[in-house]
Design a binder for this molecule. Sequence first.
Ligand code: GLN
Length: 450
Amino acid sequence: MTIKEISDGIKKKKFSSLEITKTYLDKEDKFDAFITRTRELALSQANNPAKTSLISNIPFAAKDNILVKGIKNTCGSKSLKDYIAPYNATCIEKIDGILLGKTNLDEFAMGSSTESSFFFTTKNPHDSERVAGGSSGGSAAAVAADLAPYALASDTGGSIRLPASFCGVVGFKPTYGAVSRFGLAAFASSLDQIGSLTKTVEDAETVFEVISGKDKKDSTSRDIKDTSKKKRFKVGLPKEYFTSELDYEIRKIIEKAINGLDAEKTSLPNTKYALPAYYIISTAEASANLARYDGIKYGLKTEGDNYLTSYLKTRAESFGKEVKRRIMLGTFSLSSGYYDAYYHKAQQAREEIKKDFEKVFSQFDFIITPTSPSVAFKIGEKKDPISMYLSDIFTVSVNLAGLPAISIPVGDINNLPVGLQIIGKPFQEKNLFSLAKIIEKDVKYFSSHS
Ligand code: GLN
């Protein structure tokens, strides 16, 4: 059920929060969506639901990098496998809801498939030989398999939108700063943003209304005063996202979904720099953010003979291959002599990418693209990291420019869902939801896999 359906059902006394919560808790997690299921907590919360927010009486799941007081928060990493969160993330406080569990992710949200999770790989509910996408694959699979009506997640370069696309659900990434990041374990602070996975656009809007706004614990957060209410939208289709290499069937599905919209071709010429810039900036920030997992401040601790060997052993044992690769890459590009050649260059490219968007948004209200160059791939298929990084080709620019974007399911290829991405102007999420609802209604592709 959707948030709306549960909310209406409770209001009409068709069922109680507790009954609906039990139904979710009793479902088997066939696709390995959860790292931790929080049965006791959920039952106690559902027994006497809070009234703090619109959705306090609705059960939900949260990615295991969003802190919930008293509950394990692993970030999908061996380093934090026993870490208990000492406080709530702001979004968790604001919702004050019924937590069903913490969902699987690539280690520290680095990846596109959950295959880099220390624990296990989440399976795609549409085909369990395939990935659910990443890094928020657990949150997307939980919603697609109806193990939770909605789930919170984080998006640094596409981690909400890609799994939404692979699992046939709605994935929404707000404008940078629209939602507080307080209590989200940082991966790349200038790119990270908390958002949602839901079954409908309406539900995404509801969750956003609850979790958005200025928080004094996150100085980058802001209140939104989005009063614009447009009825007609002009949509730009960037030619760099619709090249001849794009899968023909994905192209056909996207074109069909936007049929009837006022859409025209446009160009974001610096798109080719987006992936390289993203992988320099995000790894640089990650190398700094992950320095705290040293066995002293946080995380797993392995004793050596002295301080140095303890530190080295701890760091060696804490992380998997992908996280180590990124820490090394990030440390390298920030080191003296390479800083200008890599990090500084990447920041310049980021500026150019932002300018591209500003230019297009002076003529268009929205940009529409496919969310992903492919449907969900097979588990184990992408062995080489570069081929994995290429999954993010359509999503990373949005984070570099700090824009809001949503992925909605618009069709399928042999039962594997295809997502359409709408990118909006900063802090204009209201219009973004309006257009997304129009497309959602026209397409009527609604996944209810359970
Ligand atoms: N797949 C991208 C990466 O590995 C995006 C991750 C994310 O958004 N957290 O960096």
